[in-house]
Write a protein that binds this ligand. Structure first.
Ligand code: TXA
Ligand code: MG
Length: 336
C-alpha cells in the first residue's frame, strides 16, 4: 500500500501527533528539509528511524523541540563551563527558532539510541509552523534525521519522501516545499570555542555576528572527527562530478550529461563553450546563494530521476549559504 500523505489542518496534525506519541514514524516539513520523526523518548521509535533510513547506529539524531521551555528536558546547560553556556545562550537567543542545531550536554533520560551513546545531544528548534505544531501536539521532543535513505539526497518536498521511503514511514505531512532547502548548521558548543561541524542553512557570516571566534571543522578531511562526517553523504544515484567555479567549460562528458551551474552568467559561458551537455540547470539565475541553497536538492532530485546518465556541477561562491551548497556538492561527488 502506498504511504498516506496528509495536509496540515489541525485535525491532520492531531492525527500525525497521535501516531508519533504511540511510537510511529511521521515525515514532516521543516524550514530546512523534511524530517523523519519519531518520539525522542521512545527507544522503539528511535530504532525504527535507523531501520527505515538504513542508517548506521553510530550516526546520532537531532532532537527537535517546539519551545525553549522543553530544552531543559533534553539538555543540561548547567554542565557547560560559564563561557560555553553564555555562547550557547547567545546563539539560541539570536537564531532560534531557525536552521541551527546545537550540540549540548545530554540529560541522562535521553535514550542512548538518539545520541549513539555520546554524552552530548543535538538539539534544534525549527522555524516552521507545521513542525512546531506537530512537536507541541505530540511529546514535545521529536528525533528527526532528514527523511531520506542514508547517504542519499535530502528531501525538500513530500513527494521526495514518498518516492524514497515509501511505506517505511507511517504517514507524511505535506507542508509544501522547504524554504531553506539545505539542512541546519550544526554547531558544537561543548568545547573550548563554538565549532561548526556541518555548514547549513545558517551562514558562517551570520554566526560570526554572535560568535566571532567560532571555528569550522574541515569537512574535506578524509578522517572524520565528528559523527556524520562520512564523505559520501547527500549523494544522487547517478555519478556526480564536481568542477571548480566556472570550470564546466572544460568538461568533456562521455554520455548524455546534465550540468548544474550557479547562475545565468555561468550558463551563458557554458553554452558558448565546447562542452556538450544535453541539459543545463541553474541554481539561481540572479546568483543569489540563498536561492541556490533552496533549489539545490530539488534540482538534484529532478536530474537524478531524469534521463541523463552523468551529472556535472560547478562549485558556487563560498559566501553565505554558498558554503553549505559546496559542502553538499562535494559530498555528493564523493559517492563511491
Ligand atoms: O535541518 C536539519 O538539521 C534536518 C531537519 C529534519 O531538521 N535534520 C537533519 O538530521 O539533517 P540528520 O540526522 O540528517 O543530521 C544530523 C547531523 C548529523 O551530521 C549528525 O552526525 C550530527 O547532526 N549530530 C547529531 N548528534 C550529534 C552529536 N551529539 N555530536 C555531533 N554531531 C551530532
Ligand atoms: Mg541527513
Amino acid at each position: 500500500m502506498p504511504v498516506e500523505i496528509i495536509a496540515t489542518s489541525d485535525a491532520d496534525l492531531r492525527r500525525a501527533a497521535e501516531i508519533l506519541a504511540s511510537g510511529g514514524l511521521v515525515a514532516f516539513p521543516t524550514e530546512t528539509v523534511y524530517g523523519l520523526g519519531g518520539d525522542a523518548w521512545n527507544t522503539r521509535a528511535l530504532a525504527r528511524i535507523f531501520e527505515a533510513k538504513r542508517r548506521p547506529a553510530f550516526d546520532p539524531l537531532i532532537v527537535h523541540i517546539a519551545a525553549l521551555a522543553a530544552l531543559d528536558d533534553v539538555a543540561d546547560l548547567g554542565a557547560l563551563v560559564p563561557e560555553a553556556r553564555r555562547a550557547a545562550c547567545d546563539l539560541m537567543e539570536e537564531f532560534w527558532p531557525g536552521p541551527l542545531t546545537l550540540i549540548l550536554p545530554k540529560r541522562p533520560r535521553v535514550p542512548d539510541l538518539a545520541t549513539s551513546g555520546l554524552p552530548t545531544v543535538a538539539v534544534r528548534l525549527p522555524n516552521h509552523p507545521v513542525a512546531r505544531a506537530l512537536i507541541e501536539l505530540s511529546t514535545g521532543a521529536v528525533a528527526a534525521p532528514s527523511a531520506n535513505p542514508f547517504g542519499y539526497l535530502s528531501p525538500t518536498r513530500a513527494e521526495h519522501v514518498a518516492a524514497q521511503l515509501g511505506d517505511r514511514v507511517d504517514l507524511i505531512v505535506d507542508g509544501g516545499r522547504c524554504p531553506v532547502g539545505v539542512e541546519s548548521t550544526v554547531v558544537d558548543v561543548t568545547g573550548p570555542a563554538p565549532r561548526v561541524l556541518r555548514p547549513g542553512g545558517l551562514s558562517l557570516e551570520r554566526l560570526r555576528t554572535v560568535a566571532p571566534g567560532i571555528e569550522v571543522l574541515d569537512r574535506t578531511d578524509p578522517a572524520p572527527k565528528a559523527p556524520g562526517q562520512l564523505a559520501n553523504h547527500y549523494a544522487p544515484r547517478r555519478a556526480l562530478r564536481l568542477a571548480p567555479a566556472g570550470g564546466l567549460s572544460a568538461a568533456r562528458p562521455k554520455g548524455r550529461a546534465a550540468a548544474l551551474v550557479f547562475d545565468a552568467e555561468s550558463r551563458r559561458r557554458l553554452e558558448e563553450s565546447a562542452a556538450r551537455f544535453a541539459e543545463i540547470r541553474v541554481l539561481s539565475e540572479a546568483g543569489d546563494p540563498v536561492e541556490a541553497a533552496a533549489n539545490l536538492f530539488d534540482l538534484l532530485h529532478d536530474l537524478d530521476s531524469g534521463d541523463c546518465e552523468e551529472l556535472w556541477a560547478e562549485r558556487v561562491p563560498e559566501a553565505g549559504l554558498g558554503a553549505a551548497v559546496n559542502d553538499r556538492l562535494y559530498k555528493a561527488s564523493k559517492k563511491t
